[in-house]
Ligand binder design. Sequence first.
Ligand SMILES: [Zn+2]
Length: 337
Amino acid sequence: MFPNWRHYRKEVVAELKGLTKEERKVRHAEIVNGDQYQEMNELRQLSRLFERLPEYKDTEAEQLYEGIRAENEEFRGKEKHRNRKELEDIYYDNIQTSLDEGLPVEFEGDEQYVIKFLQWLFQAVNPGLLHSLLISKIVFDQRVNIAIGRDNYLVPYTEYAVLLKQYPKLAQYRFRGESFVSWNKMPFNYVPKRTPIRVYSHEGLGNDVSYLQSIPEDKRQDTFERGTLMHELAHQFWWLYVDQYKREKLTDVLSNTEKPIQPITDYAATYRDDKLLYAEETFCELVRLYSTAPAILMEWAAQSEGLQQMVLTICNFIEDGEGGEVLGFRYGEDIAD
Ligand SMILES: [Zn+2]
């Protein structure tokens, strides 16, 4: 998703190599004035800027990643003799063992803030569900998270606001929330563990989000932030409880070319090129709308009969499970503010 300057430069050099001196001049000018070059150049500027701000580097996520990587490496070393199927069985056993431990999900952040958020959260999800998602803690981080290339920087909002004036493009690199579940999946990892979810500052966000236009302006930021947490919970849910068959069904409906379906949100649209990831992000945005903007979800679903069927099935599943086993996301209209 993030452009890579070095990779891009290599491509340009390779392209210019095959041309005559005159052709090269013309093509070079075209490239330098093109959008991609400009974008790459801005990104390079931003990378340099943040390299000078090492105190903001997100080292906690790096350590988490390193821990997962090292533990997995050690496991693979020890279990070399096992085949893929056996490793998978161990993986699912490990998940079950962690879930059986029933450790409480912790909450981290400014106390007043967390309490206010939790009053809403415990209506929006069944606490039992929260314990079944292999989450270690939910962190409400009041800083802005900026992702530049492979690095993340956690910047106080006031500082971010100053930088934004200088580099308006910075807004595009702002992360609103993060689940670490992708590091916990096979085949990368055979030793799944409980990982945190982090929600970052939503200061100044929400006003121009299209699906929030029907709610009062002073509520948009909070609603957006609640939705971000639901989106991240949905990633955990997708990984643990949405099986291959259901994933493929959603992928099929979304990629039906006879009657193309509009992306559920602008955010989901950015994943359109990758079928499976697009299905996952659409599911997460669906859960977001289900809790925080249900009328918009129903509007979106009405695009086609197939989609409507699918959405109703998903809603029933995330609320009640199959065979009436309660999983526990609650429909937005049933949540008190
Ligand atoms: Zn996502």
